[in-house]
Design a protein around this ligand. Structure first.
Ligand code: FES
Ligand SMILES: [Fe+2]
Length: 427
């Protein structure tokens, strides 16, 4: 349980709030590349950390992420004309470039230098594997873009979807740090082939470890003299990394679920995934079928997620289709911002507690003048923390620390390049 004050501290992210300041020091997904696929195409609205923005791709392919309201008298630039390297307001023709410079004020006298005195809100962007990230913080504090493994594979080895979640970001994020819900919320009844391990031990043992990216979460279930171990990760500030699907011991990739605050009562859930050694087939991204063109979900709170009570008896635990909607039902029905002073945490919530502790300490330390943890600024450094995330079966006599000794931070620092090879060899 959290005090009302700490709950407020963690959940509010608008400009000026402590958590809002922490988030603004990190690169965050702002939109998908597919939303502005072509130069001079239509701009789109972007809601991020309570701010109303528009994104556009200019004639040269550069991306602008700028304030939605025109600096002149506030008309929405969403309706603007994207032409000749700038976005032009439809009201009086003021034109902005991707950096927020006012290029033209055609309704002003020809000799006016008014435009030189103005600068419009504009944020730096970075595009990687189908996602456009924005940095909304102070320029002199901007860290390097965190080039994690999932951003480095070829585009076709990865996939990404985006969907609106109608609740505070923390509810979504905490769901990623909670392995025990796999045994219930996502349980299949009719197809139990992959469910044996989840069902045989519904109370996994949890361990958490602080790392150089956030917190590693280890859930161990016991079945038939074996340990089924799921290594998940919380990556600062809003990323949850989870092993994809069943326990395979294959050298495959994993999923990254990101919960970016749109405002305090809505967030964008980005589901990214990648494979290390093959392209992802379209039919593997079944989640796309659940999402409408405007990135809201077909199954939502207003239609009770199209829950089917007969299906709930015979097919799966919820009677609702797709993991995305299971998670949404569980987290949205807690209310727009859950009051954590009213909860009752158990042993199974150990990982949730560890992640909250991490975020609370980061935000409180920042309030006392310290820099946020795990942001990388050293341009000379040529590697980023290796997150890794997988599920495996081990004989119950083999401690995972022995099998995966290179998970320690010192081992990674010693030889980061060999990390992937060692991981492969250990699989
Ligand atoms: S309000 Fe945009 S140019 Fe006047
Ligand atoms: Fe889930």
């Amino acid at each position: 349980m959290l005090s009302v004050e700490d709950n407020e501290l963690l959940t509010r992210t608008n400009a000026g709030t402590p958590m809002g300041q922490l988030m603004r020091r990190c690169w965050l997904p702002a939109l998908l590349s597919e939303e502005i696929p072509t130069p001079d195409g239509p701009p789109v609205r972007v809601k991020l950390l309570g701010e109303d923005l528009v994104a556009f791709r200019d004639t040269q392919g550069r991306i602008g992420l700028i304030g939605e309201r025109c600096a002149h008298r506030g008309t929405s630039l969403f309706y603007g004309r994207n032409e000749e390297c700038g976005l032009r307001c439809v009201y009086h023709g003021w034109k902005y470039d991707v950096e927020g410079n006012v290029l033209e004020t055609p309704a002003e006298p020809g000799d006016s230098d008014f435009k030189k005195k103005l600068h419009h809100t504009a944020y730096p962007t970075h595009e990687a594997n189908g996602v456009i990230y924005g940095y909304l913080g102070p320029r002199d504090k901007m860290p390097l873009f965190p080039d994690y493994e999932w951003n480095q594979v070829p585009l076709e080895y990865s996939y990404v979807t985006k969907a609106l979640l109608e609740c505070n970001y923390l509810q979504g994020l905490e769901g990623e740090c909670d392995s025990s819900h796999l045994s219930f919320l996502h349980r299949a009844i009719s197809n139990e082939r992959n469910q044996i391990l989840y069902k045989s031990d519904t109370a996994p043992a949890y361990e958490t470890e602080d790392t150089d990216f956030g917190v590693r979460l280890i859930a161990t279930r016991t079945a038939d003299n074996q340990h089924y171990i799921r290594f998940s990760a919380f990556v600062m500030p809003v990323y949850g990394c989870v092993p994809a699907g069943r326990p395979t011991n294959e050298f495959e990739g994993y999923e990254i679920h990101i919960y970016v605050p749109a405002d305090d009562t809505h967030c964008w859930r980005y589901d990214m995934g990648f494979r290390r050694d093959r392209a992802v087939r379209n039919d593997e991204v079944h989640r796309r079928k659940q999402i409408k063109p405007d990135y809201t979900r077909i199954r939502n709170a207003r239609n009770n997620y199209l829950q089917d009570r007969q299906m709930q008896k015979t097919v799966n635990f919820t009677g609702i289709e797709d993991f995305l909607n299971h998670d949404a039902c569980a987290t949205e029905s807690m209310g727009p911002i859950f009051d954590r002073s009213k909860e009752h945490l158990g042993v199974s919530d150990k990982a949730v507690i560890a992640v909250r502790k991490f975020l609370l300490s980061a935000v409180k330390e920042m309030q006392s003048g310290k820099e946020p943890p795990h942001l990388i600024r050293d341009k000379e450094r040529n590697w980023f923390p290796h997150v890794d995330c997988f599920a495996c079966l081990l004989p119950h006599t083999t401690p995972w620390r022995q099998q995966f000794d290179y998970f320690t931070e010192s081992a990674r620092k010693e030889n980061p390049a060999s990390y992937t090879a060692r991981r492969k060899a250990a699989s």
